[in-house]
Design a binder for this molecule. Sequence first.
Ligand SMILES: Nc1ncnc2c1ncn2[C@@H]1O[C@H](COP(=O)(O)OP(=O)(O)O)[C@@H](O)[C@H]1O
Ligand SMILES: [Mg+2]
Length: 357
Amino acid sequence: MAILFKKSYRFAFRSALYITITITLILISFAWLKDALDWWLIALSSLLTYVICFFVIQLRVEKFIYKRIKKIYDDVSLLESSSLSSRTVTTDMSSLTNEIEKFAKDKKIEIETLKVREEYRRDFIGNVSHELKTPLFTVQGYILTLLDGAANDKVIRKKYLQRANKGVERLIYIVKDLDLITKLETGDLNLEVSTFNIVELVQSVFDLLEMKAAKKKIALTFDMRYNSPIMVNGDKEKIQQVITNLLVNSIKYGEQNGTTEVSIENLVKNRVIVRVTDNGEGIAKNHIPRLFERFYRVDRSGSRQEGGSGLGLSIVKHIIEAHNEKIYVESVVDVGSEFSFTLEKAQEKVEDVAVES
Ligand SMILES: Nc1ncnc2c1ncn2[C@@H]1O[C@H](COP(=O)(O)OP(=O)(O)O)[C@@H](O)[C@H]1O
Ligand SMILES: [Mg+2]
């Protein structure tokens, strides 16, 4: 308390003291000159002068500082002006400093976030135009060749039109991926959660990709026979997209005559883990942390011929994270890769539980 008093009132205390001393000295000299020196009167007037000076100075200073600090608070309008009380203002310098520091820190974080977002935006647009340029130029190349006279040859005409169509298909494929990823990233995509049989879903993706896999003589199989259904909760369509992307990758980056195996295991009581394992080219360790970034490809030139947009895995990650689930990857170069993700198991039916107990 004594320290507090000293700190906050020292200015008024001292100023009042100086004024009182000066006035008392003046009074004494006047009284002495007039030959009417009354020590009691002088003591009383000194005391009064001191008290009055002290309060006037203290109040004026408080008001003065308060006004200016209030202006600072108002200027940096995000500071809570209400936390400023006029009475504590002269003693409350440290809380003001704290608040201003916090304000500055918040602003810094905000600016940094904006910078990151700006960089991301620039990157994204750069990548998009780059991705679109390649197939567009391919298509244009074939069309120009056709216009230049190749159209007259029936065989070449058909071949070039087919190739141009391939380019257009690739454009559509990239735009679809872009559309999906934009929706995922802006959080526009609501999950339509339902209960479905994951074994059946994997089987249907196997069927869809059969032709693609056959071209590279890659076998798509389960690790064992799943006789009974495994019911999980999730957005069926999105999970199908996840499985498709992982399987397409395993075919794309798999070896000729290779195998892609899918297993579904119980992880903990209410979770399953779905693993997609291939014996393909594998991924070097240094690439793994960046694998799920959009547009990231291990071999930029090589995989472009395979026709990917580099968005497949980032779409997978977004979907899994939207389900509040996890995705893992393990890979050894020239041995193979394993991508796995977790899913929530559906509650067993009441009848089953009743039978068990
Ligand atoms: N099963 C896999 N085996 C080896 N490499 C893979 C596998 N899956 C993904 N990759 C690597 O990860 C990169 C990113 O994959 P993805 O996001 O699906 O993009 P894309 O397939 O369009 O290139 C691929 O370019 C590839 O290098
Ligand atoms: Mg892919």
